[in-house]
Design a protein around this ligand. Structure first.
Ligand SMILES: [Zn+2]
Length: 436
């Protein structure tokens, strides 16, 4: 709860000092836990926190990853209790970062503390790497991992930053989508114009923006980028039948979580496939023109949209950017200056399930929850997982304990305390299983 009071919002420069405070807080916690070797690693952006405890050279080494930064809190008015004043209500702890990802880091540390309390040390060699820019592109850690492979050498990576379908159904992540985040800038006249004097002849960038966007993704949810469509992967047969049967009734759960009556998008594909494997094209914000109260008949000179694509794991994000750019250029109406910027990108990942570390994770979950885990392709992106896979060439285990209604990235983020304790128990068991 103390850690949750620190507003480590990585995307807002006014919180830079808070982000650092959150890094120092967790470094101190790791030292107090018994890690002799801890450090704050300076980067071009927010610092990384590193800790290491090598107990025995004959034992495997587990690298644990997490992020101590959090999403912004707006709209603030929708929070029932202030985002950085954690409060426990009905078995949940409410605060920004409670679930994503401070709470999940703490359950891993609690599992380590349990081992240390009983045996004096962790059961296997532990390396911990925590970043402060996960919600802001994660450039510092990408750079660090690619240049410090020898420091991070490990037999497997454990990431607790994902969710389970429900409190009674554990899961392991089998794949993650990649992400490409862009900005579309459109300019018309050299200055804002009056619609009485110029309406009918003046270019309107907001209109051009809407035209381009609506032609790339049409009403049926199809994304009209030919190269993207040509490279779409075919799902596994087991996945196809799981998605089609939908034994967890996820379509209904999704409607309830979102508070909507119908799902939108590519109706020919099951919801789980649309979330796990199909590409997306989402507009996150549009800026331009007059949005104040009352009427002002301005024809804006400029308009901007923030647009991201979630991508199946087999795509190269730079290539996708060039396809999108080409498409935007083709669709740009006469009389406008159109520019597409690549803001950030991260690769997806297909998780290797055929290894000791993944199998033991499944056993630990089954033991704790009394039910075998389902293997899910997750719609979200954790680019660092792909980076670890690429640079360290070790198995990556994504075992998360958040729940679908944790409101991560939204008002009233919470973490279920029962899940905290179950997670702690599962991870403690998992660490023991890795010991030779
Ligand atoms: Zn996260």
């Amino acid at each position: 709860m103390e850690w949750l009071t620190i507003p480590s919002v990585s995307t807002l420069p006014e919180h830079n000092d808070d982000v650092r405070r959150a890094a120092v807080w967790i470094q101190n916690k790791l030292t107090a836990t018994g890690f002799h070797q801890t450090s704050i690693i300076e980067t071009a952006g927010h610092p990384l926190v590193y800790a290491e405890w090598m107990v025995d050279a004959t034992q495997p080494t587990l690298l644990i990853y997490g992020h101590y930064d959090v999403q912004p809190t707006d709209p603030l008015g929708l929070w029932q209790s202030p985002p950085f004043e954690p409060e426990i209500r009905e078995g949940n702890i409410y605060a920004r970062g409670a679930s994503d990802d401070k709470g999940q880091i703490m359950l891993v540390i609690a599992a380590l503390q349990a081992w240390i309390a009983v045996t004096g040390k962790p059961p296997v060699n532990i390396k911990i790497l925590l970043e402060g820019e996960e919600e802001a592109g994660g450039e510092a850690i990408a750079d660090y991992v690619s240049h410090n492979k020898e420091v991070l050498v490990a037999d497997a990576v454990l990431i607790c930053d994902t969710h389970m379908p429900s409190a009674s159904q554990p899961s392991l992540i089998a794949g993650l989508r990649g992400i490409l985040y862009t900005e579309l800038h459109i300019t018309g006249a050299k200055t804002d114009l009056h619609s009485g004097s110029y309406g009918g002849v003046a270019p309107n960038p907001i209109h051009a923006l809407c035209l381009i966007i609506s032609q790339i993704k049409t009403e049926d949810g199809t994304i009209h980028i030919p190269e993207l469509q040509a490279a779409l992967p075919t799902p596994l047969e087991t996945e196809k039948s799981f998605w089609k049967e939908d034994p967890l009734n996820i379509e209904k759960a999704l409607c309830e979580e979102m508070g909507v009556t119908d799902l939108v998008g590519e109706n020919d594909y099951p919801a789980l496939e649309r979330i796990g494997l199909r590409p997306t094209f989402e507009v996150h914000g549009i800026a331009g023109g007059f949005t104040g109260e009352g009427a002002k008949t301005v024809i804006p000179a400029k308009a901007t949209a923030k647009i991201s694509l979630r991508l199946p794991p087999n795509y190269n994000t730079n290539e996708v950017f060039s396809w999108l750019k080409k498409r935007v250029e083709q669709l740009s109406p006469q009389g406008y200056k159109v520019e597409l910027k690549n803001i950030h990108a991260g690769d997806g990942l297909i998780v290797d399930q055929d290894n000791h570390f993944f199998r033991e994770a499944a056993c630990a979950l089954e033991t704790a929850y009394n039910k075998p885990p389902v293997f899910l392709k997750e719609g979200g992106s954790i680019p660092i997982a792909a980076l670890f896979d690429k640079h360290l060439r070790t198995p990556v285990v994504l075992m998360g304990f958040a729940l679908p209604d944790d409101n991560i990235h939204a008002p009233n983020e919470k973490f279920n305390l029962q899940q905290f304790f179950m997670g702690m128990k599962t991870v403690a068991d998992y660490l023991g299983r890795l010991r030779k």
